[in-house]
Design a protein around this ligand. Structure first.
Ligand SMILES: *Cc1c(COP(=O)(O)O)cnc(C)c1O
Length: 369
């Protein structure tokens, strides 16, 4: 098998040969089998355990009989619902199979092998994968000591070759964010021929007094793209649904490279229904923020360093290799996300959701440390 992979890899395009697959963390199904358990305390994937709005299940059931049909080709209904929610033009949206697809499609569509793609050290892992598969040069800007994006250094990294700039706000896995003045600095430094992609996967969890709503800059900045997802606050990670907001001219270009029917029928229907129940979404977000604060304090009480986070997770530094601790947690059925792939081997990323899960983790850590 390994030999065959080596042989097949020689057939692959040069940029693909240099690529590593996306690392989804632990495989809960495999871990359940390994431990002989039916449930786990899953804190490794920033999922939202409060689940989607009740209305999404009704909508899914109502559309089950439609599965022999192709989905709404232009995702027209969902785009209209999004346009109404955010008071903008439906032509300024693209729908994706998760926002991951859109982040990759942006690079595939706009980046040439001679271009440069700029993003921060510790930036979301998909940025590197998306950039590298185009054959372009990745310019990874060293982060601040706080692990956050160094906005000055990011702007200094812009050149005549910069085509795409990725910034997750807040960033996963660091939880760090760029303020409105930082975003404005990036927008004014952005070269004429470059796109700025702000990944707002955690938009609904953010403190709006601290983080800018990047979409409010769209009308003044036609090369700004904002990606968001239904995977986190809307709790639809399993259906795969994300969207982007941009100038309709950018959306029209992306339409050329979009896979046919990339938003599946059930995802589109569930997305509209989920948007309709803002109370459910906000209730889950409020409970998550409560758990996040409790978790951060409990981890600090154990003497650990916790990075401030604007997402539904915290990054914790154990001050020693995290993997033995992660292994011991796994034996107890508790999954957290290892950070070795990000160059942070002493850290783990822990999802905040149910208070009971957070308590279970803290009890286990108290025992282990
Ligand atoms: C979770 C996450 C996404 C969302 O991915 P989907 O493909 O929409 O599930 C995007 N960006 C960041 C930074 C994330 O953490």
């Amino acid at each position: 098998m390994t030999n065959q992979i080596t042989t097949m890899l020689e057939l692959a395009a040069a940029p693909v040969r240099a690529l590593n697959p996306y690392d989804p963390g632990h495989d809960p199904t495999a871990v359940k089998q390994l431990l002989g358990r039916s449930t786990l305390c899953e804190l490794g994937s920033n999922e939202n355990p409060f689940g989607p709005a009740p209305g999404t299940y009704t909508a899914l059931a109502e559309h089950a009989s439609m599965l022999c049909r192709y989905p709404d080709a232009g995702a027209r209904v969902l785009k209209q619902a999004l346009a109404q929610r955010y008071q903008c033009d439906p032509a300024g949206f693209c729908i994706g199979n998760g926002s991951h697809e859109l982040l990759v499609q942006l690079a595939q569509t706009f980046v040439c092998p001679d271009d440069e793609v700029v993003y921060s050290q510790y930036g979301f892992a998909v940025f590197g994968i998306a950039a590298r598969q185009t054959g372009a040069r990745s310019v990874v800007v060293p982060a601040l000591p706080s692990l956050g994006t160094d906005v000055d250094a990011l702007c200094r990294a812009f050149t005549s070759k910069t085509k795409l700039v990725y910034l997750a706000n807040p960033n996963n896995p660091t939880g760090s964010f760029v303020s409105a003045s930082g975003l404005e600095q990036i927008l004014s430094a952005l070269p004429m021929h470059a796109l700025l992609v702000i990944d707002e996967a955690y938009f609904e969890y953010c403190d709006r007094a601290m983080l800018p709503d990047a979409a409010s800059y769209l009308s003044a900045h036609p090369r700004l793209v904002v990606t968001r997802t239904f995977s986190k606050a809307y709790a639809l990670a399993g259906l795969r649904l994300g969207y982007l907001m941009a100038d309709p001219a950018i959306c029209a270009v992306l339409e050329r490279t979009r896979l046919s029917f990339n938003g599946n029928l059930l995802a589109l229907v569930a997305g509209s229904a989920a948007l309709d129940d803002q109370v459910h979404m906000r209730t889950g977000v409020a409970a998550t923020l409560h758990t996040r604060a409790w978790l951060a304090e409990a981890l600090q009480t154990l003497g650990l360093t916790v990075y401030p986070s604007q997402g539904n997770f915290v990054l914790v530094d154990f001050g020693r290799p995290a993997s033995p601790i992660e292994d011991a947690l796994l034996q107890r059925g508790i999954l957290v996300r290892p950070m070795g792939g990000y160059g942070l081997p002493q850290c783990s990323r822990i999802t905040a959701g149910l208070a009971t899960d957070a308590q279970e983790l803290i009890v286990a850590l108290r025992d282990l440390l």
